[in-house]
Design a protein. Structure first.
Length: 704
């Protein structure tokens, strides 16, 4: 059994197609079809009630379709308005889409189920043919159900466009191509599945194989149209993300998507029909799995969006109700009512990056498990790759010996040659792919599930997940290289030489990498800290291997090498104590009441809500300036985030309170001494004549 499982896929199951002839019993098959139709007619006359129920059920589904379509449009209209939206509408749209796709597949399934029952077992040939045709109709019903479901889901106001907000242009292209594809795949599936159940292999190797190749050719055309990078259904999404790997590798995966079915066609033509059937069946199951996971992912995102939208609406309603209650409590006149709640604000509710990461991680994990279950039966057939030797390598084995020695034993090293096979290369490739997937998803999953429950701040959680990503990548690289025979003993001298090269040629990059590790371990700066590096002030948003990203107050992202934080001077405003002292210098005119100035400044600090009571605010009379009496108001605020806001409000409050108390804020004064002048200078009193407000001159262009 193990030998058969390892070799059955790589043995021809038929002659090449050009050497295959049609069976000679074509007339017998035609007669069987006529006899089967006659038998069905006779069975219909004998059991009219059962057939009547089936016909009524199908007619009911067909007649019900206009109402279902109208209900689908109404659901979409309610979903588009935030106040009438409900997640149950999406579930209802999912059920309606399934009901719209049901009539055709149900008809094929009922026929496939009833055909063997309508034939008496005494007629062995007709009974066998009825079972085979019934199996073909049942298989075609599954294909038709899947295609019909997605075609109805792609309607302009259907599930994908109206509820999941997928690209309407791409959905329209998909729907149009599914229309012609179904007319090819359903008959081809009936022929392929029927010939698979017939005992006579000639029908399977000729007509069944030809129908299978036609179906693959149709799928190739469908994939070429649908996945085209610039004209396909995903073109808009790909072009929006030019920096993503999908756009960069668009010609690679597009060529592979077309080459795989073409390769199966060539293999089927060459006689490996059983092999291509097994591979095509599992590829089809994998595609349906991916589509199903996409629907589940969209349903979960839709639920999260709906939940956040409802919470935002409830908060807006509570805020409006609180404002109305406050007006009623103060006995204010009604005046103008509060502004209505703007529905457009709730049309687009963003899902948090952590939530998306968690969903993506769970969906990816479920997909990998399901793919393993789909392909696990074919893994023994891949053992042939162990025999494809690519290159040799030397393995050293150290063994301990005790014979003939006084000190208790010696060690003996033996060397033998082993070969790296195609299986090792494939395993290393799979390990690399899994490492990339894990490095991208597992840290976010850890942060959402485990790290948030640990006594860590945001910076500590980021450092933990980043180090976890580095560890995953390091382990994956070691395992992948070890799989292809490149162990530490083979590369230690190369690593030493590479390290020397790094020290001289790439010292800046290496220094930034080491500095990045030091930043993660020592944590002099953390995600969310407000720092000053040179003349740059901002918030730390990302810490990467080479550089750290700081977003300044103008929302500009500055990329600063990591070594600047280790070797340079950095001010971290929120490292150990977020409290910050704010100093407001004030100069008042000579002759002002200093006690009144001190009392006014203390009252301003006390009334400001952002100023802390502990540490206590202080007002200091620092000295006698050239034109003013110099005071300082020293207050403490919770963090640097309140700095500009509090400074602005304190300035306004000081100016307002000084005006009320008639305290004059000083301004610079200068005395002019005239040493000499020709002639007498007549001095008189100059009176300023105020200009009427309506005649005030307006500045010309370019004047202020």
């Amino acid at each position: 059994s193990r030998y058969v499982n390892q070799h059955v896929l790589w043995i021809r199951s038929a002659l090449p197609l050009h050497e295959t002839r049609l069976p000679s019993d074509t007339e017998a098959v035609a007669q069987s079809n006529l006899r089967l139709l006659w038998t069905l007619g006779a069975n219909l006359r004998q059991h009219p009630a059962g057939y009547g129920v089936a016909v009524l059920l199908l007619l009911g589904l067909v007649i019900w379709q206009p109402w279902l379509l109208r209900k689908l449009r109404q659901n979409q209209e309610r979903v588009s308005r935030p106040y009438s939206d409900n997640y149950l509408l999406t579930i209802q749209a999912l059920l309606i889409t399934a009901l719209l796709a049901l009539p055709g597949p149900l008809l094929l399934k009922l026929l496939g189920w009833h055909l063997p029952l309508a034939v008496e077992p005494t007629d062995a040939h007709l009974y066998e043919y009825a079972h085979a045709l019934g199996g073909g109709l049942a298989a075609a019903a599954q294909v038709l159900l899947g295609i019909s479901f997605f075609r109805n889901a792609c309607r302009p106001r259907g599930l994908l466009a109206g509820h999941f907000t997928w690209n309407p242009a791409g959905l329209r292209l998909t729907r149009n191509n599914l229309l012609w594809l179904v007319w090819v795949l359903v008959p081809a599936t009936i022929i392929v599945a029927t010939t698979e159940h017939i005992v006579d292999n000639d029908w399977r190797d000729s007509l069944g194989r030809l129908a299978f190749m036609v179906a693959l050719l149709a799928l190739t055309t469908f994939v070429a149209r649908l996945l085209h990078p610039t004209r396909g259904a995903l073109a808009a999404s790909l072009q929006r993300n030019h920096a993503g790997w999908a756009w960069r590798l668009r010609y690679v995966w597009y060529s592979l998507a077309i080459a795989i079915p073409l390769a199966l066609i060539a293999a089927a033509w060459g006689g490996y029909y059983y092999t291509t059937l097994q591979l095509a069946r599992r590829l089809t199951q994998s595609v349906w799995l991916v589509l199903g996971l996409l629907i589940i992912h969209a349903l979960l995102l839709r639920w999260l969006t709906y939940t956040q939208r409802r919470l935002a609406i409830e908060q807006a309603r509570k805020k409006r109700a609180t404002l109305l209650e406050a007006r009623a409590a103060e006995n204010e006149p009604a005046g103008e009512p509060p502004p209505p709640i703007d529905e457009s604000r709730f049309d687009i509710i963003s899902i948090g990056a952590q939530t998306r990461t968690l969903l993506r991680s769970l969906i990816t994990l479920a997909g990998l498990i399901a793919l393993w279950l789909i392909w696990v039966d074919l893994l023994p057939a891949l053992s042939f790759m162990d025999k494809v030797e690519l290159w040799p390598y030397t393995v050293e084995t150290v063994a301990a010996t005790t014979a003939g020695t006084e000190d208790g034993g010696t060690t003996q090293t033996t060397r033998h040659i082993e070969y790296i096979t195609l299986a090792h290369v494939v395993a290393a490739t799979v390990i690399t792919i899994f490492t990339i997937i894990l490095a991208r998803n597992i840290p976010g999953l850890l942060e959402m599930t485990i790290v948030q429950k640990l006594p860590m701040d945001a910076g500590g959680r980021f450092a933990f997940t980043t180090i976890a990503r580095y560890v995953i990548v390091a382990v994956g690289v070691i395992v992948a290289f070890g799989t292809i025979g490149i162990g530490w003993s083979k590369v230690q001298w190369l690593v030493a030489a590479f390290s020397v090269g790094l020290g001289f040629g790439l010292q800046e990059i290496f220094a930034n990498f080491v500095s990045g590790l030091m930043l993660l371990f020592e944590r002099p700066i953390r995600i969310g800290d407000t720092v000053t590096v040179g003349n740059v002030d901002g918030t730390v948003t990302r810490i990467r291997i080479r550089a750290t990203t700081i977003t300044d107050w103008d929302r500009k992202e500055l990329i600063i090498p990591n070594r600047e934080f280790i070797s340079g001077s950095v001010i971290n405003w929120s490292l150990s104590d977020p409290l910050l002292r704010l100093i407001v210098p004030v100069g008042v005119a000579y002759g002002s009441d200093t006690d009144l100035v001190e009392e006014t400044l203390a009252r301003v600090a006390q009334e400001e809500p952002n100023v802390l009571d502990d540490p206590e605010s202080r007002v200091l009379f620092l000295g006698f300036g050239a034109s003013s009496l110099d005071f300082e108001l020293r207050v403490y605020i919770p963090s640097v985030d309140y700095f500009l806001q509090t400074k602005h409000r304190l300035h306004k409050a000081i100016d307002r309170e000084f005006r009320k108390a008639s305290i004059e804020i000083a301004f610079p004064q200068q005395d002019l001494h005239i040493r000499s002048i020709d002639g007498a200078l007549k001095l008189g009193r100059l009176e300023r004549i105020p200009r009427p407000p309506g005649n005030r001159a307006q500045p010309g262009p370019g004047q202020q």
